[in-house]
Structures are given as structure tokens and as C-alpha cells.
Design a protein. Structure first.
Lengths: 402, 231
């Protein structure tokens, strides 16, 4: 079968603007697809790996309203509660407010380490420590007020080593000195499950509390949330128990399972996945129809040429194939371009999202799916005009004006 | 024993809106090899229909069409394109060049259907353009050529693969007298020097004069035949 490739190439060039738009639209669709699917997969993994025996207590008003510190002992008395820790977002950065941003939480380290035994792995303990690293880290954090446990990704990103003293600048809790907060890194950890990440820094809540209230702070420091470990199967009862306990104030609480909290953390942003998913789906459809439309126009513009090619002796199959190849070429180039942009931007994207979605990752499978969608678009869009041109009788096509 | 091109009892009809229009009703036509035949007749009489049937662009509803020993009505429709590529060159009133291709590339197009090597194809295309006197316009696009030049490129395209039959449907219809004469000079040369069998439709008696023979078609019947001047 002899396909008139030169003719196809020239026609692509002759309609370069329309083709550029098609390629651009497809690459945009792939870009959007890869981004959204990665985001949703990240969130799903977080929710899926969450413990069913851990619940999160926050203010009934919003995550941005702190809970009083004396709630800790009250929550501890609720039947079914095994362990709990304060969990306060610190939101500081190292050197640069954008590239130096990563998650930090002020916690009760010994309790946190016990509760997250199955979720995180201590990679390196304090200098000279051997044997039970977890216990060594817990000891070091008990001894040293400025001690911090840091995720391996963040260690790597800033080139930190255990034993280093590092400076963080915090705008939510500005250091009374007007300068930076000092932290001594006593250990590093990696994640074992996807409900946690490799980037967070955990440090002592009382370091925050004492430093801050030692200054001229008018109000006492509270904690945004309490993370609570429940007895097996007791999470529902614990949720009811805690919320009932504070039903009459002073600060009403809203308690979730960890999974629901992970989802809620997102819905705090206005149910992001659903919103973006809807927009993304609509854009994907719009792009698909624009590709279909572009190919229908290409087919219609080519009726006379098809008549000529058929008269010259080109077969129906080769003429149909050339249109299908054109369609596939346009969408594949668009797909590759989209994949290339995602790959090029993925580091920046990861860093930009690190504060909120530390586990965000665009997997090769997602990119492959995005590319496959592009190819599929080309295939589907090419079929109708391909069949139309194939079925044209040469005499009818030649009579066509234009 | 049959002529080089022979139509026997060819019937062609079109159905439109429940009405049947019989265009050719048992038409017989014999054309010897290396003939140059002009077909004349009123609009709608079926001249283009005859060309389409001889050029295997269309199949008759009944009868047989022999060209160079092949009965086209017996060929499966899948084989017709290949047959056209090997045996016929088409020339149209409105030139029908590919607007995105240069003159040279237009001539190269039918050659891509031949088993020739790339080098041989380029040689053939250059030769065909030389025959029509346009070797210095090879890289021009159709919209950079005059009507007469466009038609000469179309003639080069029609002879590039060296087919035995040339089919021309009003090749001078869109041209002025002077360029029409140039195009006719060329066709006469193809017939006389290269031995091409040419079947041409025209409305212009001056043009028909240049052919070996002229047939008049009226209401699907060849009603009159006159000997041309033979140019
Ligand atoms: N595909 C078709 N469907 C219906 N009718 C057709 C079709 N093709 C041709 N006809 C009709 O058949 C008749 C003969 O058409 P044809 O094109 O052969 O005429 P012609 O002699 O070439 O005319 P002209 O000099 O105007 O080119 C015309 O009446 C035309 O309307
Ligand atoms: Mg006609």
C-alpha cells in the first residue's frame, strides 16, 4: 500500500495553525490528566493507609482554630483512648519561603513515636546510638528541648545530617528574638505507609509553648489538633465520647477517623479533587471534541484531493490510512509534549505542593495512561473522516467544488 | 478480435429521487491504438460518463468495456485503482493539481505507485516536465503558475508513468485561445510522437479540428462521425 506521505506532510504544514491548536489542546489535556490523576492517587493512598484505630480531634469551627491544652487530660479519660499527642502545624521555612517550605508539627515526641510505630521507620538515631534507634530518638528528644526528628527527603533536600543545628523562620509563631528558631536534629525517619510522608519535621510541643509564651504573647498557645490512638474497634465510641465531652464548650470539638481527616484536610480546601475532577473531565471532553472537529474539517477540505488521488490510482485503504495517521500523529505529538511538560515540571510541582501533598508523585503509569488517552483521541477522531474519504466514489469526489 | 478500446452495449443510468435517468443506453464504441478521438455533444449528453467508464473511474450497469485486452467490467473493484495507475493518465478541465505540492512533486505523485526506484522516478518526473516545457518551473506551486502552465503540469503528471491511454475532459475549457492552442500542440505531439491513445471531450470545434476523429454524442447515442483534419 502506497501512502502519499509527501501530500500528508504538506497538508499538515499548510494547516499549521489549526494543527498547532490541536497539538496544544491535546498536550494540555494530557498535562491536566496527569496532574489530576496523580493528585487523586496521592490522596487515595493517604486515606487508604490511614489507621482505623487513630482519630483526630479538631475544633468544631475549623482547623484554624486551636484547642486548649487542658483538653489533653480530659480526652485521655474518655473510655477507649489508649494514647494521644498534640499535633500543631508550625508552617516554617528554611532560608527561602518558597523553596525552603516543608511541613513541621509540634508534638509530644514519646507519644507520637509509640503511636506511629507501624507507620514510620527510624533511619538514623542520635550520634553514637546503636540498637533500638526508636528508643534512642525518644530519649534524645526527652533530653534536648530543641530536638527534632526529620524525614529523609527533607534531610536530603537541604543536605542536613543528624547532629546538625538548623534554623527555621516561622511567621505563624515568630520567634520572640525576632530571628530564627533553632532545632537540633537527633534522628531521621522514612515512611512505611502512605498516610505519612518522608518530609515532615517533628519537634517538642513544649519548645514551642515555652519559647512563645515566655515572650509578650497575650494568649496561651493551643494545639490545632490532637491525634488519638484508640483501643481496637473502639474508634466510633471514642469519637462520640470526645465530642460529647466538649459538647457544652468551652470549645466544641469535631473528631474524625484519620482517614476521614485526610479527606477532610482536602475538603478544607473546598473539596479540591471533586472540583478539579469535574473541570478536568469537562476540559478533556472539550479537547476531545475539538480534535474530532479538526479531523472532520480536515476530511471535508480534502474531498477534491481525495478524488484526484483515487483517479491517479491510490487505493481507498491508503487514502484512509493517511488521514488516520495524520490524526494519530497530531494527538501523539500532543501527548508526548504533554508528557514532556509534566516531566519537566514535576520537580517544581512536587516542591510547590510539598507543604500540602508531600507524597505527590507523577508515576510512569499515569504518564503512560495520559499518552494512551492522546493516542486514543487521535484514533477515535480519525475514524469517521477516514471512512468517509475511503467510501467516496472518485467521480463524486472530483465533481466536488473546492 | 477487438479494438484497443472497445465499448459494447454499455448501459449507464442514474437514479435520483425515484426517477431513473438513462445516460448511456447500449452504446458501442471502438477506438484503435494511437487514435486521437474528440467527443463532442451537448451538456448532459453523457460525455464525461463515457470517459469515466473507459478510465475505470466508474463501472457501467451493463455491457463490457475492453481496454488493451482487459475487460474492466470483469475486474474486481479493488483492482481498479491499480489498473488506472498502470494504464490511464487523466487530464481535467480544472487541472486538479494538488495545491500543496510543487509542479515537480505533483508529477512525482503517480510515480510513487510504480515499482521504480527513487532515482528513476525523479528522472521520469523531470523528463515529463521537459516534454511539456516546464523544467524551469519545477519548484512552483500551482498558485504560482498560469492556467496554461497548470494544465501543462497536469499533462506531465498524466504521462509521467507512461500510460497507453490519455483521457482528457475539456482540457482547454478554462484556457484562452492561445494557451488552448499550446495545450493542443502538446497533445498532438503525445499522440503522434509517443503513440498515446487519446480520448478527449471538447465543446470547441477549433480544438476538435486538431484531432484525428470527432464523434458527436446526443442523448446517449453516437449520432454522427466525421473525419478530422489529422492536424
Ligand atoms: N452521480 C450522478 N448522479 C446522478 N446523475 C448524474 C450523475 N453523474 C452524471 N449524472 C447525469 O448524467 C448526465 C450525463 O452526465 P455527464 O457528466 O456525462 O454529461 P456531460 O456530457 O459530460 O456534460 P457536460 O458537457 O456538461 O460536462 C447528466 O444529466 C448528469 O446530470
Ligand atoms: Mg462533462
Amino acid at each position: 500500500m502506497s501512502v502519499p506521505f509527501l501530500q500528508v506532510r504538506r497538508q499538515l504544514r499548510a494547516h499549521w495553525f489549526r494543527n498547532l491548536l490541536t497539538v496544544g489542546a491535546v498536550s494540555l489535556a494530557v498535562l491536566l490528566f496527569a496532574f489530576l490523576v496523580s493528585l487523586i492517587r496521592t490522596l487515595d493512598a493517604q486515606v487508604e493507609d490511614s489507621s482505623g484505630e487513630r482519630v483526630v480531634v479538631q475544633s468544631a469551627v475549623s482547623l484554624f482554630v486551636d484547642l486548649p491544652l487542658d483538653y489533653q487530660t480530659k480526652i485521655e479519660s474518655v473510655p477507649g483512648v489508649m494514647e494521644l499527642t498534640k499535633w500543631q502545624w508550625f508552617g516554617a521555612y528554611h532560608k527561602d519561603p518558597n523553596s525552603g517550605f516543608f511541613p513541621q508539627f509540634a508534638v509530644d515526641p514519646d507519644r507520637m513515636l509509640r503511636m506511629y510505630e507501624a507507620d514510620i521507620e527510624i533511619e538514623e538515631g542520635p550520634p553514637g546510638a546503636s540498637g533500638d534507634l526508636r528508643a534512642a530518638v525518644a530519649r534524645a528528644m526527652a533530653e534536648e528541648k530543641r530536638a527534632a526528628l526529620v524525614g529523609v527527603k527533607t534531610m536530603e533536600k537541604f543536605g542536613w545530617k543528624v547532629g546538625d543545628t538548623v534554623q527555621l523562620i516561622c511567621t505563624i509563631f515568630p520567634h520572640p528574638s525576632g530571628g530564627a528558631w533553632d532545632f537540633n536534629i537527633v534522628g531521621s525517619y522514612s515512611k512505611k505507609k502512605d498516610n505519612v510522608d518522608d518530609q515532615t519535621m517533628f519537634f517538642r510541643f513544649d519548645y514551642l509553648e515555652d519559647t512563645f509564651s515566655g515572650g509578650d504573647a497575650a494568649e496561651a498557645v493551643g494545639t490545632g489538633t490532637y491525634f488519638v490512638q484508640t483501643a481496637p474497634g473502639a474508634s466510633a465510641a471514642v469519637i462520640d465520647g470526645i465530642d460529647a465531652l466538649f459538647a457544652n464548650g468551652p470549645q466544641r470539638t469535631r473528631t474524625f477517623t484519620e482517614a476521614a481527616f485526610q479527606q477532610g484536610f482536602v475538603s478544607m480546601l473546598g473539596n479540591l479533587p471533586l472540583f478539579l475532577g469535574t473541570i478536568g473531565g469537562a476540559v478533556l471532553f472539550a479537547v476531545f471534541f475539538s480534535v474530532v472537529n479538526a479531523m472532520l474539517i480536515a476530511g471535508r477540505q480534502r474531498i477534491r484531493e481525495t478524488g484526484i488521488l483515487k483517479a491517479l490510482g491510490f487505493s481507498d485503504g491508503s487514502i484512509g490510512l493517511s488521514l488516520l495517521l495524520e490524526s494519530l500523529l497530531l494527538t501523539s505529538v500532543g501527548g508526548l509534549l504533554g508528557v514532556a511538560v509534566v516531566l519537566g515540571a514535576s520537580q517544581a510541582l512536587k516542591q510547590g505542593l510539598a507543604g500540602f501533598f508531600p507524597n505527590f508523585e507523577v508515576g510512569p503509569g499515569t504518564l503512560l495512561q495520559g499518552f494512551a488517552i492522546a493516542v486514543l483521541m487521535g484514533l477515535v477522531a480519525g475514524i469517521a473522516p477516514m471512512l468517509h474519504l475511503m467510501r467516496l466514489r472518485p467521480t463524486a469526489a472530483l465533481r466536488n467544488e473546492g | 478480435m477487438s479494438a484497443f478500446i472497445e465499448l459494447r452495449q454499455v448501459r449507464k443510468q442514474y437514479s435520483r429521487a425515484g426517477e431513473t435517468l438513462v445516460v448511456l443506453d447500449g452504446l458501442d464504441l471502438a477506438i484503435p491504438q494511437a487514435d486521437f478521438l474528440a467527443l463532442m455533444g451537448p451538456s448532459g449528453s453523457g460525455k464525461t460518463t463515457i470517459l469515466n467508464v473507459v478510465g475505470a473511474l466508474d463501472q457501467p450497469d451493463a455491457g463490457s468495456v475492453h481496454v488493451d485486452g482487459t475487460d474492466l467490467t470483469q475486474l474486481p473493484s479493488k483492482r481498479l485503482p491499480t489498473w488506472r495507475a498502470e494504464n490511464v493518465g487523466f487530464i481535467f478541465q480544472s487541472f486538479n493539481l494538488m495545491p500543496v505540492l510543487t509542479a515537480y512533486e505533483n508529477v512525482l505523485l503517480p510515480l510513487s505507485l510504480t515499482p521504480l526506484s527513487g532515482k528513476e522516478r525523479r528522472k521520469q518526473a523531470e523528463f515529463a516536465l521537459e516534454v511539456v516545457g516546464l523544467q524551469d518551473r519545477m519548484d512552483h506551486r500551482p498558485n504560482q503558475l498560469s492556467g496554461g502552465q497548470e494544465q501543462r503540469v497536469a499533462i506531465a503528471r498524466a504521462i509521467a508513468t507512461d500510460p497507453a491511454v490519455i483521457i482528457a475532459d475539456e482540457p482547454t475549457g478554462d484556457l484562452d485561445r492561445e494557451t488552448a492552442t499550446q495545450v493542443m500542440d502538446l497533445l498532438v505531439r503525445l499522440n503522434e510522437e509517443m503513440g498515446k491513445t487519446i480520448l478527449m471531450v471538447t465543446h470547441d470545434p477549433v480544438v476538435a479540428e486538431r484531432c484525428r476523429r470527432t464523434l458527436h454524442l446526443d442523448k446517449g447515442v453516437l449520432v454522427e462521425a466525421t473525419e478530422g483534419s489529422g492536424a
